[in-house]
Design a protein around this ligand. Structure first.
Ligand SMILES: [Zn+2]
Length: 374
């Protein structure tokens, strides 16, 4: 088994979003990688720049970060032959290691654009060393910059940063210096190729917590109706759980929470993240883990504030309905009073008319009758 420590540099549309090709918003221009054996010794290196075919000038922001010259790049090979050489060089069943979660996603998007097949496993798991470093050496949540960690580990800074091969080299050096064994359980899931049906949906067991990834659903309401999505099993013993607080939406509606209880292990909390897939579809990433007192209190607070929000929304709707009703009543009253005013004035008018017609002399009446017959 070999580790492929990979870093890519890419360019994006120089004309901004509306001029980008939505099938390939980031065009890979450089692949750098270091192959480490299972004992984390360097066994081989790969570095090649790529001739761009989509965006032929540099995006302003890209230019500020990466050290690449368009004229130089135009002398390189195009993506397809470079990618094929790279994938051949990777060998069989490589374990990919990257700094951050985006390189493998963009690699697959570029491969798909050029119709290059590669047997990525399903699910496709890899190591995000930035995350592993945070889990092992920081608070687990922070995502430090590569240079920050290079400095912290006192790796000689004899190379540039933000160049594919140099960044891959630094990442490999960081991996060599880390106490990696206890962290190797924390594999990351690649979300480029999602499960295509319910059989492909999967749950990963990280010993302390589990992670479930669903197929695509047309919307979150449909997703939240799926038993596989909302099922809760203890992350330690797989025992079905007693529901304490059923799934409810957090602020913004893209997260759902639940609290359950295992007869052996106590409280277990569930978190569902609704993520946007390609197009309008969504998929679900559910994590289930034991909840300590703080965790239980947090879920209860979230539930209380969700209830308060619901209550406020209902009150608002009620007030709106009430306002509408009183508006309708006022309008009704108004039209009734107009009607009655009309009736009164008609009555007055007809009274006046009958009074006047009674006083009209007979002769005049005759004259007018004559006029009409003429
Ligand atoms: Zn349990």
């Amino acid at each position: 088994m070999n580790y492929i420590v990979l870093d890519l540099e890419w360019n994006q549309s120089p004309g901004g979003r509306y001029r980008e090709n939505p099938k390939i918003p980031f065009e890979i221009l450089e692949i750098g990688a270091v192959k480490l054996n299972s004992r984390r010794k360097t066994v081989s290196e790969f570095h090649e720049t790529i001739k761009p075919l989509i965006y032929r000038t540099m995006n302003r922001h890209t230019q500020e970060v990466v050290h690449m010259d368009m004229e130089e790049l135009k002398k390189s090979r195009t993506f397809s032959p470079v990618a094929r050489s790279f994938l051949d060089w990777c060998g069989r069943n490589p374990v990919f290691v990257t700094w951050g979660p985006s390189d493998l996603f963009e690699l697959q998007r570029n491969l798909e654009y050029y119709h290059i097949q590669y047997p990525f496993p399903k699910p496709f798991l890899y190591y995000d060393l930035q995350k592993l470093y945070s889990l092992g050496y920081l608070d687990g949540k922070k995502r430090p910059a590569l240079q920050e960690v290079v400095e912290a580990l006192q790796i000689p800074q004899e190379r540039r940063f933000h160049a594919a091969f140099d960044d891959a080299w630094y990442t490999a050096e960081i991996m060599k210096r880390m106490n990696i064994k206890p962290l190797l359980i924390y594999k990351s899931v690649d979300y480029y190729h999602l499960p295509e049906n319910s059989q492909e949906e999967f749950t990963l067991d990280f010993k302390t917590y589990t992670k479930f990834v669903s197929q695509l659903y047309p919307d979150k309401e449909t997703a939240m109706k799926q038993p596989a999505v909302t099922a809760m099993k203890c992350s330690r013993c797989s025992h079905p759980l007693k529901t304490e607080i059923d799934w409810f939406a957090g602020v913004g509606g893209s997260m759902y929470y639940a609290l359950c209880e295992c007869p052996k292990h106590g409280y277990v909390k569930g978190k569902i993240r609704i993520r946007k897939g390609p197009g309008e579809d969504v998929y679900v990433v559910k994590t289930v883990k034991p909840a300590d007192d703080e965790g239980v209190a947090e879920i209860r607070e979230r539930k209380a504030s969700a209830q308060e929000r619901r209550h406020k929304r209902l009150e608002k709707e009620k007030a709106k309905r009430k306002a509408k009703r009183s508006e309708a009543i006022a309008a009704q009253k108004e039209s009734a009073s107009i009607q009655s005013r009309r009736i009164r004035s008609r009555v007055r008018h007809s009274r006046k008319k009958s009074n006047t017609s009674a006083s009209v002399p007979k002769a005049a009446e005759k004259t007018s009758a004559q006029t009409t017959t003429e």
